[in-house]
Design a protein around this ligand. Structure first.
Ligand code: XBP
Ligand code: MG
Length: 254
């Protein structure tokens, strides 16, 4: 029986990349007077680099070095990223958090059934505040351990953030199941020994997700069934705790 579920945030709990993080980066560029716009396809390519500061550095050194701002690049990246984080919070608070189907349902059921919960995300911890508000009163307290942003030295696809969360839970990977939306996240979870369910987004559905136990469009709601895209078949119309308990022994990593 599973003892804990561990969730990625961006793309998994909420669909935040295209209309959240991307828009906030662009507003920060404009405020800084930089002639940079990350359009939807370019941002999809830049998502290969996890972490906003790392993504900015990669862009200005590898992708468009001719657009590199004058001065100390590390300092400019820190300033841009701090402003982007403020803009992102304001955006989600103003426009609402695009929680994905089945997320709140599964979290509530898992809690009611005594499973423990963890977060393993690359994003800055401050960016979780609108997510807690969207999930409901006291939602931060639903999670035993929150691993976010710079709390580990190396971001996904390295396993560090999942290893950090497993240490915090005090559980071996075999007692837990991870939820991810991307190849980078899946690689991180699998490298930490975790069996992983992937809920794809428009940015990730064509990535290499073969290492997942199961790939679905979303977790599903009673009136909005989940569709399996690859991996082990499952009975029923959505992913609930009974379904996940039945599936997890099928994981090759057990
Ligand atoms: C999320 C990320 C983050 C966000 C931006 O990856 O890569 O970098 O895009 O967040 P994952 P910050 O879903 O795999 O955790 O700008 O706060 O870094
Ligand atoms: Mg993600």
């Amino acid at each position: 029986m599973l003892k804990a579920l561990i969730f990625d945030v961006d793309g998994t709990l909420a669909d935040t990349e295209r209309d959240g993080h991307r828009v906030a980066f662009n507003r920060a560029f404009a405020e800084e007077g930089l002639p940079v716009v990350w359009d939807v396809p370019l941002y999809g390519q830049l998502l290969a680099i996890t972490g906003g500061k790392e993504r900015l550095l990669h862009f200005f050194t590898r992708v468009r070095p001719e657009l590199r701002p004058a001065g100390d690049l590390d300092a400019v990246v820190r300033r841009l990223h701090a402003r982007k984080t403020e803009i992102y919070s304001d955006l989600l608070n103003a426009e609402g958090v695009p929680l994905r189907p089945g997320v709140r349902r599964l979290l509530l059921e898992a809690r009611a059934r005594g499973l423990r919960l963890g977060i393993a995300t690359t994003t800055t911890e401050k960016n979780l505040e609108p997510i807690w508000s969207a999930l409901g009163d006291g939602a931060r307290g639903w999670f035993d351990i929150v691993g976010a942003g710079d709390c580990v030295a190396t971001k996904k696809p390295a396993p560090d953030i999942y290893e950090y969360v497993l240490r915090g839970l005090g559980l071996p990977a075999r007692d837990c199941l991870a939820f991810e939306d991307s190849e980078n996240g899946l690689r991180a979870a699998v490298a930490a020994g975790l069996c992983t369910v992937v809920t794809v987004t428009d940015y990730t559905r064509d990535q290499d997700l073969a290492a997942a136990l199961l790939v679905v469009d979303h977790l599903g709601e009673p009136e909005r069934p989940s569709t399996r895209l690859s991996g082990v078949p499952f009975a029923g119309r959505l992913l609930d705790v009974d379904t996940l308990n039945a599936l997890s022994p099928l994981c090759a990593r057990r």
